[in-house]
Design a protein around this ligand. Sequence first.
Ligand SMILES: NC(=O)c1ccc[n+]([C@@H]2O[C@H](COP(=O)([O-])OP(=O)(O)OC[C@H]3O[C@@H](n4cnc5c(N)ncnc54)[C@H](OP(=O)(O)O)[C@@H]3O)[C@@H](O)[C@H]2O)c1
Length: 306
Amino acid sequence: MKAVVYERYGTPEVLEMKNIQKPVPKENEILIKIYATTVTAADWRLRKADPFLARLFNGLFRPKKVKVLGLDLAGVVEETGNKVKSFKKGDAVFAFCGFNFGAYAEYKCLPENQVISLKPSNMSFEEAATVPTGGLTALGFLKKAGIKKGQDLLIYGASGSVGTFAVQLGKYFGARVTAVCSTANMNLVQLLGADRVIDYTKQDYTKLESRFDIVFDAVGKTSKSAGKHLLKPGGKYVSVKGSPGFRPGDLHVLKGLFESGDLKTVIDRRYPLEQIREAHAYAETLRKKGNVVIHILPDTEKIQTP
Ligand SMILES: NC(=O)c1ccc[n+]([C@@H]2O[C@H](COP(=O)([O-])OP(=O)(O)OC[C@H]3O[C@@H](n4cnc5c(N)ncnc54)[C@H](OP(=O)(O)O)[C@@H]3O)[C@@H](O)[C@H]2O)c1
């Protein structure tokens, strides 16, 4: 099968299209024909081994454990192992591949008890592929902070993948959302439902007089010490620099929220798998709005934009 392989750490040029062996599902696994994947921060960071400690996970001198990146996928079940009960051939699914990555390819095997769900019926494969990493991370951190109706939530870095899902989830949970982003993204986060938008290029959010039940750094560019005075007594600070602690069932929860219209995804750019280097170079600028999607098979379904 066709796959994007990397054999050394470095710039996007280390990503190469190759033919590798098509995987065969074990008895508890499903084989998914991949229609679309994404470029997440984890993909480009692991490609360049940033931070350096990533090498402890994936090989000190060169990539060993993961040679095919790609955390998110959407596609169709092509084959099932003989003990698989939850999925059948032909099911349209979306999934988070976890730390084995491997979605930059035509096929991927995943154990059926991993983070896999039927694809939301109102989303194209491209749209669905954007959901797992960003959506699960946003949901995981908001749940970890104990989000409740009527709370005041500040989201720093509201325009990236995690941020755009966090703004919408914050509204879904009934919070009043203050979103912090740059001038160019103010309109976007307002459209996503933010009650108040702070342009960090014009105003220092740490000097706000308002106080919040939750401060969520969705981009990992602030610190607890910088924002802790913004918290109400008992308020919680959470950051993507920690662990979101989501559960496999959370992807099913997100499916329901897309189908009910409570969530939408933001797609900034689309690339074919053959242009994965360009896609990585763009995602790495840290300027993407929402998500960068990679199509592997043509997807003719309707694309939604907010
Ligand atoms: N802990 C976990 O499990 C986990 C999971 C997923 C992601 N992450 C981490 O979370 C971070 C965000 O991921 P992502 O996929 O959402 O990133 P992303 O989509 O690449 O974020 C891009 C956005 O970040 C904003 N941004 C860049 N620098 C900023 C700054 N100094 N202040 C405020 N906003 C800034 C940009 O908006 P402007 O142009 O408006 O600045 C842009 O819209 C990454 O570092 C990733 O590694 C962690």
